[in-house]
Unconditional design. Sequence first.
Length: 92
Amino acid sequence: MKEADPETQRKILNRLKRARGQLDSVIRAVETGGNCRDVVTQLAAVSHALDRAGFSVVSSAMQYCLTDPEAARETDDGLTVEELEKLFLSLS
């Protein structure tokens, strides 16, 4: 993720790692016959964490494209406004 500043990237990585830990808990609970309510609660937490990470990635890319459109065109990602919009909507 070239567009993200180090602090934003750190926050996104932390959120993804937290989601991975929550998903591991869900998998263990399903494997061991865990409580249905707990499994669904953990799944909701995983989903929320992933959504937040996705929104952070897209908003970071949008900010980058708006503040330095020429540099954004020169990167490998080179996302257009339409592509960013499509990515954003895919998260909803």
